[in-house]
Design a protein. Sequence first.
Length: 251
Amino acid sequence: MNYVVGNWKMNLLRSAAIDLVEKLNALGAASDGEVTVVVCPPYTAIDAVISVANSTHIKVGSQNCHHQSSGAFTGEVSAEMLVDLGCSYVIVGHSERRRDMHETDALIGVKAAAASRAGLRPIICVGEQLEERTAGRTQDIITEQLDGIIASATPEVVASSLIAYEPVWAIGTGLAASPEQAQEVHAWIRQHLATSGVQTHVPLLYGGSVTANNAAELFSCKDIDGALVGGASLKPQEFSTIVKAAHGSGQ
Ligand code: PGA
C-alpha cells in the first residue's frame, strides 16, 4: 500500500477547502486497493471537509493534536476531539511545529501515543536541517529523533504509525531530496526501526517539495511507500497526478 497525504498547513477557508476536496474526488484522487489518500486541512475546515469526504474514499487527518485527552489546555485540540469529527490520521512532529512550537521528540512521542489510543493513525515526522546534512550528521540526527520518539511513544505505537522523512531543507524550497538521498535515509530508518523493537513494516513517506514532476521517481525507490505533500497538495490537478504516480510504483 502506498500513501499520499496532503498537508494543507494554514491554508484554505471552509468553502475553498470543500471545493478542493470535491475537485480531488472528481479527478479520482481517492483511496483504492493500492493507494490511500489522506488530506489534512486546518482545524477550522476539518468538519466541512469531512462532510464532503464522507461520501468519497478520501480520508481526513489533522496536522496536530494535544497529548492529553481533555482538560485545562486553552486553545488545544485532543485526539479524541479529532476522532469525534471523523478524522482517521494525524500528523505529529512536523518540522514547522518543532521550529515554531519547540516540540521535542519526547513530546512528539506522547502525542503519537495519545493519538493511537484515541484511534488515530499517527504520521510521525523526522528530518535533518541543512547544516546537519552538510556536516555529515543526517543519520545521527534521524537516529536521535527516532530513538526519542520510540522511547516516549513505545515501539508498539510506532509500529502502527506512518513515518514521514522530511528533510527540513527540502520543505517548501522547491529543492526536493534526490531519490538516492531519500532512499538512503529511508533504508536507514527501516533498518533502525527493525533493531529498535518496531516489528511491523511501517510505511515510510517522503516529504519536501514533492511535485507532479518528481513523484514517480521518488515512488520507484524501494523503501519509499508514499509522500507527504505540502504546496502541491493545494493544487488539485497536481495532487491527483501525484496520486496517479503512486499507483503501479510496485511498492
Ligand atoms: P512541501 O511541504 O511539499 O511544500 O515542501 C511538505 C511538508 O511540509 O509536509
